[in-house]
Design a protein around this ligand. Structure first.
Ligand SMILES: Cc1cc2nc3c(=O)[nH]c(=O)nc-3n(C[C@H](O)[C@H](O)[C@H](O)COP(=O)(O)O)c2cc1C
Length: 408
């Protein structure tokens, strides 16, 4: 997904302030330009101590601005020109000192001046703090960050982890791809603003003994893409994930589970507080009726062990059966190997849900692309072959238009 052109036509003013994380701003510039954006870099005097404008110019393809007295703009007002041509200003890294300047509305350097002079209703300001954990935790910094957010800036991070100073804690700048994705999300239409969306994703794992189990080929990629797309669309998203190794999309609350029963037990209490439920998980229909506490050994026996299977709870049907006032608008996924339309329509009726999304298991499991078939009472509609994030965004738009027409 790294070559998606999600920022095509967007112009970003990228501000660097004095911190070791300036090296990550070089990578961020690459990520933004690869996503189609044009990038104008502005650096504070302190930032020049950490990375050279030569590197930033080479990566952005534009001369870097470092001074409010730069005479290149015809009107000699770089802060006005730069802040008016931008679709967004991103300060990454944002030092404690710079955040303090923003909080006080100070404008002693070009970058702070451009932030203050920006047309705030049209040019959003994103701030990615990066500093030592004690600096971050200091009441003065916390006060300044709260003020900057109250004044309309979007504060991204910081993350927790190992720091350049050798300490560990809160204050690490988010990674370049996370900042890129936050910007991409900002420009997506907010069709699910104010909605709460619950999503299941991935396979389940039904243990036979401590080392073996029954599972399937679901990678979780489709469900994670739906979670990301819903969050981008402004929803508050809860993702209940089976055993998968995928990063949590930005802004999504994630609960990890293993078996179908655990997924059921996580989902049912959450469902009544959500407006939409999207069941993308490939939940095992059956589990071994008995769990062997110890590994089943071969021990020279020639006869293979046999298992009784018990039926797992049907999560989607259970949510769809909740009383009307506690029931979210339900979307089921059907992964089939053949006769997609017939099976998807049968599932629509059997589960009693308003929308089923059919896809072919072998054509989707583990892949980055897919084709979706939407099946509802009105008929069928194909979302043609594409990458999973694009399909997820289309699906989110379809869901948004349906819940507007048929409120829960
Ligand atoms: C080696 C070194 C590393 C620094 N790293 C950070 C940092 O990660 N975050 C931060 O807020 N300040 C850091 N500072 C302090 C800032 O560079 C200093 O406050 C500077 O005045 C910030 O200026 P600016 O906000 O105009 O860019 C560091 C200073 C030094 C000497």
């Amino acid at each position: 997904m790294s070559d998606r052109q999600d920022l095509l036509g967007r112009h970003v003013l990228l501000g660097l302030t004095g911190g070791v994380a300036c090296y990550k701003a070089a990578e961020l510039t690459r990520e933004l330009t690869r996503a189609g954006a044009t990038v104008q870099v502005v650096m504070t005097e302190a930032a020049l101590q950490f990375i050279t404008p030569v590197t930033m110019q080479a990566l952005s393809g534009r001369p870097v601005f470092t001074s409010q007295w730069d005479a290149r703009p015809a009107n000699s007002m770089a802060h006005i020109e730069l802040s008016r041509e931008a679709d967004a200003i991103v300060v990454a890294p944002a030092s404690a000192d710079f955040i303090a300047q923003l909080a006080q509305g100070r404008a002693g350097e070009l970058l702070a001046l451009a932030c203050l002079a920006r047309p705030a209703e049209r040019v959003p300001l994103f701030v990615a703090p990066a500093m030592n954990r004690e600096m971050w935790a200091h009441p003065a910094t916390q006060r300044n960050v709260a003020q900057v957010a109250a004044d309309g800036a979007v504060v991204l991070g910081p993350a927790s982890g190992a720091q350049a100073c050798g300490e560990t804690g809160d204050g690490r700048m988010l990674e370049a791809v996370e900042l890129r994705d936050a910007l991409v999300a900002h420009f997506q239409p907010k069709v699910l603003a104010g909605r709460r969306v619950l999503i299941t994703a991935g396979p389940t794992f039904e243990a036979i003994d401590p080392v073996r189990g029954i599972t399937n080929h679901s990678s979780g990629k489709m469900g994670f893409a739906v979670a990301r797309a819903a969050a981008e669309a402004g929803a508050e998203v809860t993702l209940v994930a089976g055993p998968v190794h995928l990063p949590t999309p930005l802004g999504v609350r994630r609960l990890d589970v293993c078996s179908a029963q655990q997924m059921h037990d996580a989902v049912l209490p959450l469902a009544p507080t959500h407006d939409v439920f999207v069941a993308t998980a490939a939940v095992a229909d059956w589990r071994p009726s008995q769990f062997n506490e110890q590994k089943i050994k071969k021990d020279g026996k020639k006869v293979a062990p046999s298992f009784e299977l018990a039926e797992n709870p049907d999560i989607l049907a259970a949510v769809a059966r909740l009383p009307a006032q506690a029931r979210p608008w339900c979307v089921g996924f059907a992964a089939e190997s053949h006769d997609l339309v017939r099976h998807a329509r049968e599932k629509l009726e059997r589960k009693g849900v308003p929308l089923i999304v059919g896809n072919l298991g072998p054509a989707t499991f583990g892949r980055d692309d897919n084709t979706l078939l939407l099946v509802d009472a009105a008929g069928e509609r194909e979302l043609p072959h594409g990458d999973k994030l694009s399909l997820a965004r289309d699906l989110v738009r379809e869901i948004a238009s349906r819940i507007t027409r048929f409120p829960t």
